[in-house]
Ligand binder design. Structure first.
Ligand code: NIG
Ligand code: FE
Length: 395
């Protein structure tokens, strides 16, 4: 970057703008393109032959490779202590996944210092950034007491503006058999105390976690405290999560692995995004993946996210999500790339990220490949070669 904060990126073989007015199809594809970043935003984008004179003095040539918006990972749990490799190994030899494992991480998180939680999150954010995620949401949820939830949100807030109070993840041990009492404490004390540190309120609406009424109470208390709802729903089996999310105008309902035709119809008629987390289905050896095809064909807005957490999906890799979405969920490579960029932005109700058009954040990645299709075509290969965040090349 030059001292005036600008850089001209040249030699872009394929540019995904996610701005249909700029190029072909929903991805707004441009070939042989260039882009100018200045002061953290996109100042100009277009064909290489039409770069404005003196647009920027520092040139960065990507030599015919593909450039995309940075991935927007709209679902992650990055504040936690310990890990659960033994639980994963047991699952791979036949143990089913249940919400009980969350309690293992609650104990480890309560026993961790702020510095330990911060260092662990910093490591995961670095890992995610290297894999192309320039925005990452982060939930609390491994405290399930006021003090640890508050500490978790403060740690998360040092790394991202997209902070979520996952107030009802699982009933903590001291409330065993008293889930309604826990929900009451959450609504009356935890949410009012923690809301100033969060943007979103989330709940795990699932058999074995929180039922419809309990989930609704938590979400309404969060909304009353100024937060916007997001929901973990329909992960382990069919349930009321999708309908509740739609009824409350949630920004997103996440997992949605087990949906009915009514659920898909309700989503299609709403502004709630369906955020699919295929690495969670992969790592829990779920009996199925979400029916992305039915959702897309019905007109549902679909996002892809990695759900990084120590239980069900200990990965920060959006490229892996894209590969699974294409191979296992019958999304086209274009649909999967859109869902991991513009779809994630929609799930976070942001229009300044997830696309590359004049005025958007200069968050972009260059692949070691000639097109975005390679993200699915070359699974497991670390194709993200350069990452720009706020217009600066990440070292
Ligand atoms: O999104 N579904 C609930 N919560 C997490 C998993 C939590 C855990 O097992 O630690 C998820 O998959
Ligand atoms: Fe999750």
């Amino acid at each position: 970057m030059t001292s005036d904060g600008s850089v001209l990126i040249t030699g872009i073989g394929t540019l995904v703008t996610n701005s249909p007015e700029l190029g072909d199809g929903p991805l707004g594809l441009l070939h042989d393109a260039a882009m100018v970043f200045r002061d953290g935003v996109v100042e100009w984008v277009g064909p290489a032959a039409r770069v404005p004179d003196g647009a920027a003095h520092h040139r960065y040539d990507v030599d015919g490779r593909a450039v995309l918006p940075g991935f927007v990972d709209s679902h992650a749990h990055l504040v936690f202590g310990g890990e659960r490799a033994e639980e994963f190994a047991a699952r791979m030899t036949g143990e089913p996944y249940g919400a009980g494992g969350i309690r293992t991480t609650i104990a480890a998180t309560r026993g961790s210092s702020d510095d330990q939680l911060d260092a662990n999150m910093a490591r995961l954010v670095r890992e995610a950034l290297a894999a192309g995620s320039t925005t990452i949401e982060c939930k609390s949820g491994y405290g399930q007491d006021i003090d640890t939830e508050m500490r978790s949100l403060r740690v998360a807030g040092r790394h991202t503006g997209e902070t979520t109070l996952l107030a009802a993840h699982v009933t903590p041990p001291e409330y065993t058999g008293r889930t309604d009492d826990y929900v009451e404490m959450v609504c009356e004390r935890m949410i009012p105390d923690c809301a100033p540190h969060a943007k979103w309120i989330d709940v795990f609406c699932e058999t074995g976690a929180f039922d419809r009424d309990q989930s609704e109470a938590v979400l309404r208390a969060g909304i009353d405290a100024g937060l916007t709802a997001r929901v973990h729903g329909n992960q382990l089996g069919p349930g009321p999560g999708v309908q509740l999310a739609v009824e409350l105008g949630a920004a997103s309902v996440d997992h949605v692995t087990h949906t009915t035709a009514d659920d898909v119809e309700a989503l299609a008629a709403s502004s709630t995004v369906a955020t699919l987390l295929p690495t969670a289905d992969f790592c829990t050896r779920s009996s199925r993946y979400p029916d992305a095809r039915a959702m897309l064909d019905a007109g549902v807005t679909v996002a892809l996210a990695a759900d990084c957490n120590p239980g069900t999906s200990y990965t920060t890799s959006i490229p892996l999500c894209i590969a699974l979405a294409v191979r296992e969920m019958h999304m086209s490579p274009d649909e999967a790339v859109w869902a991991a960029t513009a779809g994630g932005a929609a799930a976070l109700q942001r229009n300044d990220i997830g696309r590359l058009t004049v005025g958007s954040r200069a968050d972009a990645i260059a692949l070691d490949a000639p097109s975005h299709i390679h993200l699915a075509y070359r699974p497991g290969v670390p194709l993200v070669r350069e990452v720009w965040k706020n217009g600066a090349l990440v070292p």
